[in-house]
Design a protein. Structure first.
Length: 522
């Protein structure tokens, strides 16, 4: 599979499943190696059933998840029922969507009927949402099979998944290291072959950074492109759900399935979904103008990361792209602005967890007043990082400090948007490393929040300005994956897939890639 630098999803699926059929049955190891496109193609061709694909994922979870700890909740029964329905309708000749029967891991920050929603927090332990997030109802409508809920930093605050109240997730490439965060469960599930697809959310980098350190494709769509209805809010003006996958085409298929206007979300924008799947397949970037962001390099960047990035940029040039250097001078202030805006919005959003409406309630002994119960519940229910941000945000929004902190940060946000606008007058996309370093060891940064925050140095500008951005595997540094980030103007998400698809093919990131070659040794 990896010897062919341009495997077409369909032929790869056919070859694998034919080999499996020759040995009597679709062996679970073969099935879990398939891309989402290949899984769907095999199901559509009748070479593999959705039940077999789902069972293979469930078997893989049973085998490796004690070590990886990606899943917080596995819904085997619901997944198999959804898969059976796909098989029955396919047998009846119904035309199904391009991801019908493909298993998926869902970040536990999106509500789904019939499953718990914890957001990685004790405060929501045992809470079952009575409704589906729009992303979830679109996945169900597309006949994607939901395997269950995956781990995350509490309320999506973090870069390592170590802030989960339910214990950390491990990086399948090296289980002593972090899988990134906050969508670490989503990334680890896909990298450990527990699911070909996952949904993550990205407020400051939480899809792209885990994708980079787990060797995956991860996309933060344009803000407003994917509905936030049922996405438990951390920072409402920044949060966006998006795909994690093993290939650019798989990410595009998932993006297309979840995107589009939703009247239930007032920040959802009513514009056509960019043609991401077609763009992923085009594989021709001659004449595309690419800007390398000068400010996202230098001090603090691992030399291995920089070397892989430089090699990827040289590949873009070899493919016929016109590469220039571009300056975005205010990107330097993105991180401090983010750490005022995101905590401010979080302090307001998380006020709803008051012991009255959802989940946990501590100290309600018939004597204590409402305020006392709220305070004891929040004390017991939130972890240290969430509390730090609520305190920081409350301070930044308080009268007398509002202008100096929150107001100032919003002005910086405008300057960053202007940097993007100026850059996109010169170029079609911008590129940078996705993260300054590869995955670090578990525990290395838990006591140093600022060091942890620096993981998102390159990803935060796109959240602040609202534009879409992708992380794509750029190679390995000492056996650990690193990513290249591609950024585009708002609602030009297709450009990410155009450049990403061509670059993926040329980098042949899959040669010797454990995800599509041999399973990681778990
Ligand atoms: N790591 C960043 C933070 O802790 C981004 C998180 C995210 O994108 N959800 O805020």
């Amino acid at each position: 599979m990896t010897d062919n630098p341009t495997p077409s999803a369909t032929t790869t699926a056919a070859a694998t499943t034919t080999a499996a059929a020759a040995t009597g049955a679709a062996a679970a190891t073969d099935v879990v190696h398939l891309t989402a496109a290949a899984t769907a193609a095999a199901i559509a061709a009748g070479e593999l059933s959705a039940v077999e694909a789902t069972q293979a994922a469930l078997d893989r979870i049973a085998k490796v998840d004690d070590t990886i700890h990606a899943f917080l909740h596995v819904d085997a029964e619901g997944a198999l029922a959804a898969a059976r329905s796909v098989d029955e309708r396919r047998a009846a000749g119904e035309r199904l969507g391009p991801l019908a029967g493909v298993p998926l891991a869902l970040k536990d920050v999106l509500t789904a009927r019939g499953m718990p929603t914890t957001c990685g927090s004790r405060i929501l332990e045992g809470w079952h949402a009575p409704y589906d997030a729009t992303v979830v109802s679109r996945l169900r409508a597309a006949d994607v099979v939901l395997l269950g809920k995956v781990n995350m930093d509490e309320f999506a605050m973090g870069s390592s998944t170590e802030n989960s109240a339910y214990g950390p997730t491990r990086n399948p490439w090296d289980t002593t290291r972090i899988p990134g965060g906050s969508s670490g469960g989503s990334a680890a599930a896909v990298a450990a072959l527990e699911a070909p697809l996952a949904i993550g959310t990205d407020t400051g980098g939480s899809i792209r950074q885990p994708a980079a350190v787990c060797g995956l494709v991860g996309v933060k769509p344009t803000y407003g492109g994917v509905s936030r209805y049922g996405l438990v809010a951390f920072s409402s003006s920044l949060d966006q759900a998006g795909p994690l996958a093993r290939t650019v085409t798989d990410a595009a298929l998932l993006h297309a399935a979840i995107a589009g206007h939703d009247p239930l979300d007032s920040t959802s924008v009513d514009v056509p979904v960019p043609a991401v799947v077609a763009a992923a397949g085009r594989r021709d970037i001659r004449g595309v103008r690419v800007g390398v962001v000068r400010e996202l390099a230098g001090d603090g960047y691992d030399p291995g990361v920089e070397a892989a990035f430089t090699a990827a940029v040289e590949t873009l040039t070899a493919l016929g792209a016109e590469v220039v250097e571009v300056s975005c001078p205010h990107f330097t202030y993105a991180l401090p602005a983010y750490y005022l805006i995101a905590p401010s919005e979080c302090s307001s959003n998380l006020a709803r967890f008051d012991a009255m409406r959802f989940g946990l309630r501590i100290g309600d002994d018939g004597q204590a007043g409402a305020e006392e119960v709220m305070s004891r519940t929040r004390e017991a229910g939130f972890g240290p990082e969430v509390k730090r941000r609520i305190i920081l945000g409350t301070y930044a929004l308080s009268s007398g400090y509002y202008d100096a902190y929150y107001g100032q940060a919003q002005k910086v946000r405008t300057l960053i948007s202007r940097d993007f606008s100026a850059a996109f007058e010169q170029v079609d996309v911008l590129v940078s490393p996705t993260t300054p370093t590869p995955a670090f060891p578990l525990g290395a940064k838990v006591d140093d929040p600022v060091a942890m925050y620096l993981s998102d140095l390159c990803t935060i500008p796109s959240n602040l300005a609202g534009g879409p951005a992708m992380s794509l595997p750029a190679g390995l540094v000492d056996g650990l994956p690193v990513g290249i980030q591609i950024m585009a103007p708002p609602f030009a998400d297709d450009r990410l897939y155009l450049v990403g698809g061509a670059l993926e093919e040329a980098l042949d990131a899959r040669r010797g890639h454990p995800l599509l070659d041999e399973a990681p040794a778990l």
